[in-house]
Design a protein around this ligand. Structure first.
Ligand code: URA
Length: 254
């Protein structure tokens, strides 16, 4: 990566807005390669210069992968002229590094979304041929029973205004069932347009709330409220590299 101005680097690393950098430097809180930085326009190499704030290293990483608890009402898109997107929830560093959503959730779906600068990882998570299973929790507007479980397991025939296809076998686990409303977990091995909503629609049910809980073996961190995010740990990055799932998307070995 090319050298850049120190104030740009500090604002990209979300230390503070560019306008606040001068005050940090004046207070002697930023060091570059062991020497207190004085000049906001100083050229630094993000990958090679050792930049510290109050003695703490500001780490530059070549690749960054984030888990976001996507809230309802936000678009999965890099940018949109009118509506808020998932990129608006992250500091500017991530856009500058070309961090992109790996897959998409509908505007009204919440839950686990991975955003990454790593094109190979994104491809692996999205590619229909890799079959990375996705686990959702759905609330629907009527009862569910064992016939629904069998129909999901057999592979539903979808035929609606958005097209026709035979869904791959999916694992449906009913959590609660009542005449007015039911909840269930469903693990799918593919990610067609409105996949889960269309699968329930094929069984005569409307999804009223949908949340993604896991991608492959990687689970959404329960400590993240909707709209919150964090970078993946090394262990979580490894989970995303695990071998292909079983036909219904269950991670290998489960
Ligand atoms: N299936 C859907 O219908 N919507 C989503 O956002 C994800 C899966």
């Amino acid at each position: 990566m090319a050298r850049m101005r120190l104030d740009k680097l500090l604002s990209m690393l979300a230390v503070c807005p560019r306008s606040g950098v001068q005050a940090l430097l004046r207070a002697g809180r930023v060091q570059v390669d062991g020497v207190a930085a004085r000049n906001t326009g100083m050229a630094v190499d993000p990958e090679k210069s050792a930049v510290t704030l109050d003695g703490q290293a500001l780490v530059w990483k070549a690749q960054r992968t984030v888990m976001l608890n996507k809230p309802r009402g936000v678009l999965t898109a890099a940018r949109d002229p009118k509506q808020p997107t998932v990129m608006d929830l992250l500091p500017p560093l991530y856009r500058a590094m070309n961090c992109m959503p790996a897959g998409r959730l509908d505007k009204d779906t919440e839950g686990l979304l991975i955003l990454t600068t790593d094109g190979q990882l994104a491809h692996r998570l999205i590619s229909p041929r890799k079959e990375v299973g996705k686990l959702y929790e759905a609330t629907v507007d009527g009862p569910l029973d064992e016939k629904d479980v069998s129909a999901f397991a057999a592979g539903l025939q979808i035929d609606d205004a958005d097209g026709a296809f035979r869904a791959r076998p999916a694992a449906l686990r009913i959590l609660s069932s009542a005449p007015e409303e039911s909840t269930a977990q469903v693990r799918v091995a593919e990610g067609k347009y409105h996949q889960v909503r269309r699968m329930f629609a094929a069984r005569g049910r409307t999804v009223t709330a949908l949340r993604r809980l896991a991608i492959g073996s990687l689970r959404l961190d329960a400590a993240l409220a909707p709209g919150e995010w964090r970078e993946l740990t090394k262990e979580e990055e490894r989970l995303l590299e695990e071998p292909a799932a079983q036909p219904d998307g269950t991670p290998a070995g489960e």
